[in-house]
Design a binder for this molecule. Structure first.
Ligand SMILES: *Cc1c(COP(=O)(O)O)cnc(C)c1O
Length: 470
């Protein structure tokens, strides 16, 4: 492709993108395709000769678009939102054009230096203590894995990478029963084993935090049994119901026991730019050794962008740094972020944060988050008043869950019917052994009308179900 042709197509695609976003409300949120339908429309063998871009774009519309679930749809109330705001998207276009590889300072000085400054902007934005630094990763899963490996090495006096884990004693890591599955996977991959992830029961009301007395007792029990307690993982805003642990008391236990700590705030971290939302769930966050939050969820940075704050990055570097000859650079002392993470190659993710934060300002971002929280609470009260409906978990920031009349199977049928209807998209969960419907507000284009319309759609589809006797 010639570069002037590229420029024409680039302009065309920008136009396409703007129109797509302007007309999103007219599309069903969840893809309405059946498994295999899209694959059947793709050529089974690769073309031998090149095809014109015209034909490729036409097929994109015909084949791909019907199979897209629209994460940027204003009535996306499932999972957690993954906002791709316009300024962050423009930054990603520039990154796509430059295509830098940011593993070392030398391979992309601007990316490295901007990353350090963006981490510090966000540290200030989230009210974390001065001196905390950090690194941008692809996902919370990667950041959590890095933290668990650091916990492991810290507990083993940094001998695990060399000697392996056999004969080292049973490493034990503690968390609540509300943590995200990425914690379990990090434990598997780190060689610690699911049986050594000690899940402490969480409270069944309030902020659903883990029981700290049980945590302390488990650690004592493990020490008495000759095991090796290695770390504690806390959550601010768990995925299922938004569970928040009491960070101060957990940090007290960790300090007394000399344990490394990691805090998963992948979703709720973004809301911590609003000082009034920090009370009390964020108290003590600055005492954690490692904190992960995903600006690619609620803050508006295009996927992928996961920030890991670190109190003492030298511990994570001592765990992950490796310096083969071909990566050595001469000259002044610099930061090479690939020494802080598992992948060597790194994208230029700081640019979209810079575009995003400058374009909205922190206050512009706060307005959206505050609206989402207020509208979720408003809809929760509407649903609470309906006959036969029940609020299962109260709003935690902008997430709550409810049950419609009927048994567990009826809840799932209602979720499926709502998503087949297409006007909104929601997902299910389980709380206290009972199936419920999960509802979160977090998409940047969502209006109060969209949230209230969701209420109407739920009432309408549920009533239709009741009438059908299903
Ligand atoms: C989304 C989420 C994760 C996983 O994030 P990835 O970036 O997709 O790995 C982990 N923890 C919580 C609480 C989340 O909401």
């Amino acid at each position: 492709m010639k570069w002037d042709e590229f420029a024409d197509w680039g302009a065309h695609i920008s136009q396409w993108a703007a129109r797509y976003h302007e007309t999103l409300r007219d599309r069903p949120v969840r893809a309405q395709t059946k498994p295999g339908e899209i694959a059947a429309l793709l050529a089974p063998t690769p073309p031998e000769g090149g095809e014109p871009m015209q034909a490729i774009m036409a097929d994109f519309e015909r084949v791909v678009m019907p199979g897209i679930t629209h994460w940027q749809h204003p009535r996306f109330f499932a999972y957690f939102a993954a906002n791709a705001t316009a300024p962050s998207m423009l930054a990603e276009m520039l990154v796509a054009a430059i295509a830098p590889q940011c593993m070392l300072w030398q391979t992309s000085p601007a990316a490295t230096e901007m990353e350090g400054v963006m981490i510090d902007w966000l540290r200030q934005g989230l009210g974390l203590p001065e001196g905390m630094s950090g690194v941008i990763q692809d996902s919370a899963s990667s950041a959590t894995l890095s933290a668990v490996l650091t916990m492991r090495e810290h507990a083993l006096g940094f001998t695990g990478n060399k000697q392996g884990l056999s004969g080292q004693g049973r490493l034990r890591i503690y968390c609540s029963d509300q943590v995200h599955s990425s914690i379990d996977r990090a434990i598997w991959v780190a060689g610690i084993g699911q049986d050594n992830l000690v899940k402490i029961p969480s409270a069944t009301d309030g902020t659903y935090g883990l029981d700290v007395a049980t945590l302390a007792a488990k650690i004592a029990e493990d020490r008495a049994a000759g095991h090796v307690p290695a770390g504690i993982i806390a959550a601010t805003g768990g995925t299922g119901i938004g569970a928040c642990d009491d960070l101060q008391t957990i940090a007290n236990v960790a300090e007394a026991e000399g344990l490394y700590t990691h805090l998963d705030a992948a979703w709720a971290g973004s809301a911590m730019i609003c000082p009034e939302l920090r009370d009390p769930i964020w108290h003590g966050a600055g005492r954690f050794d490692s904190i992960v939050f995903n600006p690619h969820k609620w803050l508006g940075a295009q996927f992928d962008c996961s920030v890991q704050f670190l109190r003492d990055p030298s511990l994570q570097r001592a765990t992950l740094q490796i310096d083969p000859e071909y990566l050595k650079t001469s000259g002044a002392e610099v930061t090479n972020y690939s020494e802080w993470t598992i992948p060597l190659g790194r994208r230029f993710r700081a640019l979209k944060l810079w575009f995003l934060i400058r374009s909205y300002g922190l206050e512009g971002l706060r307005v959206r988050i505050r609206n989402h929280v207020a509208w979720a609470r408003e809809l929760c009260e509407v649903i609470r008043a309906w006959d036969g409906f029940e609020i299962v978990t109260e709003p935690m920031l902008s997430l709550f869950s409810f049950r419609a009349p009927g048994d567990d199977a009826a809840q799932q049928r209602l979720v499926d019917a709502l998503n087949d209807d297409g006007r909104i998209y929601v997902t299910q969960g389980v709380q206290g052994g009972r199936r419920m419907i999960r509802f979160q507000v977090g998409q940047f284009e969502t209006t109060r009308e969209d949230v209230m319309l969701a209420g109407q759609v739920i009432a309408e589809v549920a009533a239709r179900h009741a009438a059908d006797g299903t």
